[in-house]
Each structure stands twice: as C-alpha cells, then as structure tokens.
Design a protein around this ligand. Structure first.
Ligand SMILES: [Zn+2]
Length: 232
C-alpha cells in the first residue's frame, strides 16, 4: 500500500511557477500553479473517460483525492515501475483506492487470477510510493495478497503483471532491470516492506523480459478507448 505523498517542493515546480508569472502567485499552492500552467492551450492531452493505457485492463476509477492530475511524460518523465503487495484482496484494493480518505492508490491492481484493473491514467501522478519525486516518475502496480503468504503470488498474477510491466517499459523506453523496476521497499525513505521476501524477483524479471520480446496485444490508448464496465 502507499501512503500520502510527502516531500519537498521540487526545483521544477519553482521554475514552472516563475514562468507562469501570475500576479499573487505566492498565495497559490504549487499544484494550483501547475494546473494553471497546463490550462494554456496546447499543453494538455485530450482525455476520454474510461480510456486505458494497458490493453487487457479493466477501467475502474480511483477516488480523485488519491492522485494528482499531470501530463506525463511531458511534464515528468516516467522511468520507474514500483511493485506493491496489497496486504489484502483485489476487492479490498479497489475499495480503499476508491475511498477519498485513503490518500493513496496505484495506477493498476493485479489479481491472483491474472485480472488487471486500471484505476488512474498513466499520465497522472498516483500517490503510491510515499515519496513525491518517486510518485512523479513512476507507475505503481498493486498485487493481491499478503507479503508473508508466498502462495498468493500465483503464476497467473506473475504473468499478467509481467505483461503489464513490459508494456509500460516499452511505452516509455524504460530499461528492464532492477534499477528501474523496484519494490515499494526500495523507495527512499519508505517504511513499507512490500512486496516482501517471497516475491520472486528472478522469476518476475525473466517473465517481463520474455513478455517484452513476444508479440502481444497493442498498448495503444486509441485501441482501448471504449469505456468498460466497472470491475466487481
Ligand atoms: Zn506498497
């Protein structure tokens, strides 16, 4: 699970704030300044409700309070995938990420049976890593199960997650290695331990590499634009 994002205001935000040169800008929060900046014509991508980034996922929206509107990879580059374990079921993950009081959510949730929910668009910043800079540069994937129950990590879940990660890496040119595909536990400053010692990194990375080299369904948002029913 993630937690509310924390961290210092980044230099980038200062530059954007200065560029916007809004009178009384000091009274506005950095996030508000960034939103103003993006409202200028031509600076924001077209969005379609229910649009997916990963073919094979089902759209079910996270609460608006659990992510921040952005325009990645144009405003923030994406070069990390962060692997999480829910400490609960697939249904639990969807429920808490839909709760605005939770303060956290991942872009994707993968179930033991291999189903994949997309809850936040990849261009937006999900609050999942407990670290503002990491949130801005990463895609978060939550996995059903508990860190101390290795049997929760099923072949179907590994395979579906590996296809998703391979897809993300292909889309943003992210190298398939353990520097760029990391566990929540490896995020600087975190007190979270997921995905835990039973997550089989060797097996997972091999599956991601294999998925990256085998032809699969297209990941183009245009091919997956139709809204899908909510996942249960
Ligand atoms: Zn986590």
């Amino acid at each position: 699970m993630g937690q509310e994002e924390t961290g210092r205001v980044r230099r980038r935000a200062v530059l954007i704030g200065g560029g916007a040169a809004v009178a009384g800008a000091a009274a506005l929060g950095w996030d508000e300044l960034r939103r103003l900046w993006w409202r200028l014509p031509g600076t924001e991508k077209r969005r379609v409700e229910g649009e997916l980034d990963h073919a094979g996922a089902v759209w079910t929206a996270a609460a608006r309070a659990n992510w921040r509107r952005a325009d990645r990879p144009d405003d923030f580059g994406i070069d990390r995938v962060v692997i999480h374990v829910v400490q609960g079921s697939y249904a639990t993950a969807l429920r808490v990420f839909k709760n605005p009081g939770h303060g956290a959510a991942t872009h994707y949730v993968v179930g033991k049976d291999g189903r994949v929910a997309q809850m936040i668009r990849e261009l937006d910043v999900a609050f999942h890593a407990g670290n503002r800079e990491m949130n801005e540069r990463s895609i978060g994937i939550e996995h059903e199960g508990f860190v101390d129950r290795p049997k929760d990590f099923t072949p179907a879940m590994y395979a579906a997650s590996a296809r998703l990660t391979a897809d993300i890496c292909a889309r943003y040119g992210i190298p398939i290695d353990r520097e760029h595909i990391i566990g929540h536990v490896e995020v600087e400053g975190t007190d979270h331990t997921d995905p835990g010692p039973h997550w089989d990194w060797d097996r997972y990375m091999e599956l991601v590499r294999r998925a990256a080299t085998s032809p699969g369904p297209s990941a183009s948002p245009a091919s997956a634009a139709a809204p899908r029913p909510e996942a249960g």
